[in-house]
Design a protein around this ligand. Structure first.
Ligand code: GDP
Ligand code: MG
Length: 162
């Protein structure tokens, strides 16, 4: 089965998006030690295509205090195991240093990367999403993981990339 990984720095809404995509289906929590700690695996389908989704959370430290090395490990792991990567950022903070680190790694991978700007809770914020073109990962998809708006378009893009 194809694998879609959600990557992004802490607090951008990875788990919220994961829960929305996987919904009431059984999510498997992987408790193994190290960088895979707290990774959540689930399955979903869209337009008749079934695929696995990985929430790559599980940083040893929360907030912005995480080591760049830990971020790199998570992204490298996602690049290795996923067929398509959803790179999640959030509109209110703009591009952060950690976003830049992750974008650099993702740009250099051969995997299909879909740039997703989360926490677009109202239409005015769509204008702010334009700054994320600077990450060099193409057109940003605007979503609210909380309300679900825009997530259908992201799923269409995932299916097209699989
Ligand atoms: P993670 O650390 O990337 O897994 O992020 P979480 O899914 O735990 O979300 C971090 C915080 O952002 C939580 O308080 C969420 O409720 C909030 N959040 C997630 N998605 C949205 C959204 O679309 N809009 C808003 N306003 N908040 C959101
Ligand atoms: Mg999380």
């Amino acid at each position: 089965m194809s694998i879609v990984a959600i990557v992004g720095r802490p607090n951008v809404g990875k788990s919220t998006l994961f829960n929305r995509l996987v919904g009431m289906r059984k999510a498997i929590v992987n408790d193994s030690a190290g960088t895979t700690r707290d990774r959540h695996y689930g399955t979903t389908d869209w337009c008749g295509r079934e695929f696995s989704v990985i929430d790559t959370g599980g940083y040893a430290m929360g907030g912005e205090d995480i080591f760049e090395a830990e971020i790199r490990k998570q992204v490298v792991l996602a690049i290795e195991e996923a067929d398509v990567i959803l790179f999640l950022v959030e509109v209110s903070t703009g591009i952060t240093d950690l976003d830049m680190v992750m974008a650099d790694l993702l740009r250099r991978s051969s995997k299909k990367v879909i740039l997703v700007v989360n926490k677009i809770d109202n239409n005015d914020q769509i204008y702010s999403s334009h700054e994320f073109y600077a990450l060099g990962l193409g057109d940003p998809y605007c979503i609210s993981a909380m309300s679900g708006s825009g997530t259908g378009e992201v799923m269409d893009a995932v299916i097209a990339a699989l």
